[in-house]
Design a binder for this molecule. Sequence first.
Ligand code: GLC
Length: 436
Amino acid sequence: MSSYVTRKTPGNTAWFTHDRFGMFIHWGLYAMPARHEWVKSNECMTEAQYARYFKYFDPDLYEPRTWAAMARAAGMKYAVMTAKHHDGFCMFDSAYTDYKCTNTPARRDLLREYVEAFRAEGLKVGFYYSLLDWHHPDFTIDMFHPRRKDPQACMRNEGRDMKRYSAYMRDQVRELLTNYGTIDILWFDFSYSENRSGEPWMKGKGKQDWESERLIALARELQPEIIIDNRAEIDQDLWTPEQYQPKSWVKHPDTGELVTWEACQTFSGSWGYYRDEMSWKSPEMLIRMLIETVSLGGNLLMNVGPTARGCFDRRACEALEVYGQWMAYNSRSIYGCTMAEPEFKAPADCRFTQSQDGKRLYVHLFSYPYGYLELPGLAGKVDYAQFLEDGSELTFTEGRVEHFSLGATRQKDLLVISLPAVKPRSLVPVIELFLK
Ligand code: GLC
């Protein structure tokens, strides 16, 4: 059994730390301008300017069963979709606002269709819910708000009442966790109370403003097992490094305990569909990110930003296929795996994962060595070795490299695996070691 113990949390993370790989979906009105999900804030748009997207939002090609099938083919086991993003637009039929997809030409509850389709495909289902809201009349103008540069910005806050806004959030969270069956993850986003620069009215917002305690208590009451992230500024189940790959297992900042963590990453930099973005990650980087995450005991939530028509962009499809091709033969080193025990130290250009029952060790080859792979510390510990992708045997020796050349390594604790000259097909080949 894995010896790593993580900080206890209120939700059920057992399935989550087994499944390891999920799909983030950022979809909303911002898919239409197609130049960042923050476009309303970035360009300080007025309500009138942003209203054109509401008026013409018509995702006529939306077919969430296709999305779900693609997620599953990529090896993803769960998904988290934006129920509401910072622009305040609701992708579900809420009784507490008119600013929702049912009032656009889309005319239907898009979130419900997502839930049904992903569930039918056997995937776990989560909601992202923005704590920021740049549409709600009670949400006070702050340094991220699109109205922040108005000459009268601070005056415009008169009459805005964050208490009413936080009650609105509770109403909506109640809807989301009542009307859609079991929801596995609730992903609040985000708090920025440490930000106190500029005029006092510009200051950031956090748990006081959101009334996070009440919000979370409500969510737990409705769905006790649900996994909740920490971005409402109260520790819950999940630590969420964003567009950053940690270099060691994420620890609790105060207690130093290991925590349950999930890196969220994008294919190209922004979360919403961004037509002209050129920074798409390479296939190698995509696969490495997943491996590195699991090799440090984490999960990866990889984002897709669907288009305004409701499909995945061609480049996103290709990226998902990269995962699909690799996972089809190598997922055994991901599901049910975690960081290898401290006694196992991966050599340069390798990453280890280990099955949570401790019985199998996986060696991921980030660069393919010629002839032999030398693994210090593993002599006497391995019973059988094979390539994961085709289950073909790999022979090994212990203590020395069996080669006539002068200078072939000798070292007592060494396990030496003989490798074929031709690298296997997998972008990152994996060696499966059955431990004694
Ligand atoms: C950030 C961004 C947001 C995105 C989120 C995903 O907080 O504000 O656009 O949804 O990260 O982690």
